[in-house]
Design a protein around this ligand. Structure first.
Ligand code: PMP
Length: 449
């Protein structure tokens, strides 16, 4: 490894970071993470902390899973790459598709299309939703509906259904025909409705209204996260997703569940939709599919969707896909990750550890007035909204957020900032003691606000 000065200097000079300002690396050098073990990461200065972010909502198995590491390295020697475009395939890809489908069988998923990550998986679902309707003789169904505050990646399709303007404004014009519903976010919403069940009803009414306005015959799909992740860990009422499902069904609109974060155990169950008793038509996944050890995603399709493609004749051909779709090394990572995920029953640990983290933060909220809202309670996804004035719900300024972040880090935990929210999604293998480390580090962070 090059020395510390070289790394710091060249990071600022040459490396542009996703979701970062190119000019910022000089003044605010990012942490250079060099090692990781268990649920801990270590930076170049030798400071070791519990990773309450799980990489980026993805390192579900922690950093030390040798079964996955060995599977990846063995596959590199057997077959490091071959294309899976029509005409060739490879054994790990076939086995991985079997494993992924089995994971989501209870959600009604029947077919698997591999991608290189979450944005690709979303894009694949959006494209195939349009093709599905064309194949059924309804080519006017091209529009998409989604939720404000939803995050669906950064391809033009995903950015178009994205519900946060930060990810949209500099890149417009985006895909036409994408319309957004209010988020199921009781702390802030246009109805001033704090009751989550009533809020769900209000949004359902907006959905009905929007469908009437756009014309059901023009709408391809509604895409939503079962629990909104990057938008601040927004947990809807239990009635919300079933309501969306019922309305979509009534109007022939496909429901895409974006499970890039919520899939594979993070919510305390194997999918987010399952929490709410909903079977989607399509699912986009990534992250936990390889615990972040290799860039892989998967789009999944129900029997209903599969049948339309498979019986359509020549028009059913799928003209989308990626060089690294069904990559053999990625597929080997998927097989090993899912087998380890099952063996360790990570969803079963995510439940109680998530409750511990959520309740611990709720306790901190009694101590610190800057905590405006605490969200979570469904596995290891927790969001904390920080405000400078609790009554007015004024979002906390960036300098204070940065101070909270840095003090928390120095006190033993890496957390993630999403504007004035603190977002947490630690590895699903985390122990009770390690959750307590996160809570005491946060305590120190809030004290420094
Ligand atoms: N959808 C959701 C729900 C996500 O959380 C993310 C990433 N955080 C994406 C899509 C995009 O995934 P990727 O960054 O792997 O492209």
């Amino acid at each position: 490894m090059k020395d510390e000065n070289f790394l710091k200097e060249n990071n600022a000079r040459h490396l542009w970071h996703p979701m970062g300002h190119p000019g910022d690396a000089q003044q605010n050098p990012p942490k250079i993470i060099t090692d990781a073990e268990g649920v801990k990461i270590t930076d170049i200065d030798g400071h070791s902390v519990v990773d309450a972010v799980g990489g980026l909502w993805c390192v579900n198995l922690g950093y030390s899973n040798d079964v996955v590491k060995e599977a990846i390295s063995k596959q590199l020697y057997d077959l490091p790459y071959y294309s899976a475009f029509a005409g060739s395939t490879n054994p790990p890809a076939i086995e991985a598709s079997h494993a992924v489908r089995e994971f989501f069988e209870e959600d009604g998923m029947a077919r698997v299309f591999f991608t290189s990550g979450g944005s690709d998986s979303v894009e694949t679902c959006l494209r195939l939703a349009r093709q599905y309707h064309r194949l059924r003789g309804e080519p006017t169904r091209t529009k998409f509906l989604s939720l404000k505050k939803g995050y669906h990646g950064t391809h033009f399709g995903g950015a178009s259904v994205n519900g946060n303007n930060r990810f949209r404004l500099n890149y417009e014009p985006l895909l036409p025909g994408c319309h957004h519903l209010p988020a199921p976010y009781p702390y802030r919403n246009p109805f001033n409705e704090t009751d989550p069940a009533k809020l769900a009803q209000n949004i359902a009414a907006v959905l009905e209204d929007e469908i009437a306005f756009q014309g059901a015959e023009n709408i391809a799909a509604l895409i939503m996260e079962p629990i909104l992740g990057a938008g601040g860990v927004i947990v809807p009422d239990a009635t919300f997703m079933p309501l969306m499902r019922e309305i979509c069904d009534r109007h022939g609109i496909l429901l895409i569940s974006d499970e890039v974060i919520t899939g594979f155990g993070r919510t305390g169950d194997w999918s987010g939709a399952r929490h709410w008793g909903v079977k989607p038509d399509m699912m986009s996944t990534a992250k936990g599919i390889t615990s972040g050890y290799f860039p892989v995603g998967a789009a999944l399709f129900s029997d209903k969707v599969a049948e339309v493609f498979e019986t359509a004749g020549a028009d059913g051909a799928i003209f989308t896909g990626y060089t690294y779709s069904a990559h053999p090394v990625g597929a080997a990572a998927v097989i090993a990750t899912l087998s380890e995920t099952k063996r360790l029953n990570t969803a079963a640990n995510a439940g109680p550890r998530g409750t511990q983290l959520f309740e611990g933060v709720q306790k901190l909220a009694e101590k610190y007035d800057i905590i405006g809202d605490v969200r979570g309670g469904h596995g290891l996804m927790t969001g904390i909204e920080i405000v400078s004035d609790k009554a007015a719900k004024t979002p906390m300024n960036a300098a204070t957020m940065k101070r909270i972040h840095e003090t928390t880090y120095q006190a033993g935990a890496m957390v993630r900032l999403g504007m004035h929210n603190i977002l947490m999604s630690p590895p699903l293998t985390i122990t009770e003691d390690e959750v307590n480390v996160i809570l005491s580090a946060l305590d120190a962070g809030f004290a420094a606000a």
